[in-house]
Design a protein around this ligand. Structure first.
Ligand code: 3HC
Length: 283
């Protein structure tokens, strides 16, 4: 089966990787050749890590050999399923989904990896809404087994069931959410991150003490501010904006500190600066 992924960012790379690991042919599409070059290197690194830990049996080069890195969305014609993983901006997603829908075959399934945008709204951009649904993966995709499945009002039961089986077959353990802002995960996670930012903003505690509270007190693998840096502060901001707008509730409003960090290009791990400093992975 051929799987298409549109967007070679962190999530797109991880999604393409797990399907290739399970033996599927994969096409990863991105308009940026640099993003595609980086995707190849990043997937190779991840596969080498998994091989070292005995989590995969095949050589990374063999798995990579199943992935084509292409710039042309027309190449999706041969895919049985295409997953959109572009920026969390409604206009970009709608535009990308419309393009995907105009190139894929009639019986292809289209999924969106949106983390918060309404699946009903996005479904209006595709030609066959009954074959479209939300498939929300978690970062790092090769490590996190969860996937949130979100049908729209129009998604057919058959597509919901076959997609669920496909995701299980590549090692994912799904939960199902109604189409509601933030679904299950981000509706609960983003207010926690928001409160952690406000706790810092109000001078109550340092980032390291806020994070330590959650690591040592609640056994989280990383505290909320480190996690925000890891997800990407721009991504957190965009998700909070969607939640704030769609719920109309100020308790989802992105904090000013978060906006200031994003406006000054401090986006977390990927930019080298966020609540903490990082070494930036370069091509
Ligand atoms: N590829 C392959 N393997 C990877 C990897 C990658 N990209 N990243 C980590 N790993 C593996 C490591 O090899 C290691 O394997 P082992 O358990 O067999 O030793 C394991 O994962 C743990 O990695 P590390 O030892 O390097 O580092 P940590 O122990 O600090 O774990 C982490 C890193 C897995 C990221 C862990 O800190 C974690 O689980 N953090 C929370 C992540 C999380 O909450 N993700 C969800 C974010 S929300 C989201 O994505 C939704 C969106 O809509 C916002």
């Amino acid at each position: 089966m051929k799987v298409g992924v549109v967007g070679a960012g962190t999530m797109g790379r991880g999604i393409g990787q797990i399907f290739a690991q399970s033996g599927h042919d994969v096409i990863i599409i991105d308009v940026s050749p640099e993003a595609l070059n980086f995707a190849r290197k990043d997937i190779k690194n991840s596969l080498e890590r998994l091989l070292k830990k005995d989590k995969i049996k095949e050589a990374p080069e063999t798995i990579l050999g199943r992935i084509e890195f292409l710039g042309d969305i027309e190449s999706l014609k041969s895919c049985a399923i295409v997953i959109e993983a572009v920026f969390e901006r409604i206009d970009i997603k709608k535009d990308t989904l419309a393009k995907i829908s105009s190139f894929v075959s009639e019986d292809a399934v289209i999924g969106s990896n949106t983390s918060s945008i309404s699946i009903d709204v996005l479904s209006r951009s595709v030609k066959r809404p009954e074959r479209f649904l939300g498939i929300h993966f978690f970062n790092p995709v090769p490590v996190m087994s969860l996937v949130e499945i979100v049908p729209s009002e129009a998604t057919s039961r058959e597509i919901l069931e076959t997609t669920t089986e496909l995701l299980k077959s590549v090692g994912k353990d799904p939960v199902f959410s109604k189409n509601f802002p933030g679904f299950i995960s981000n509706r609960i996670l983003m207010p926690m991150i928001r409160e952690a930012i406000l706790t810092y903003e109000q001078g109550i505690a340092s980032p390291s003490d806020i994070d330590k509270t959650f690591m040592l007190g609640m056994n989280h693998p990383m505290g909320p501010l480190k996690l925000a840096d890891f997800i990407g502060l721009d991504v957190c901001y965009d998700i909070m904006e969607v939640l704030y707008r769609d719920f109309g509730n100020p308790s989802f409003k992105p904090p000013i500190t978060l906006k200031n960090l994003v406006d000054s290009g401090k986006l977390g791990v990927k930019s080298g600066r966020g609540f903490y400093n990082y070494k930036v992975k370069k091509e």
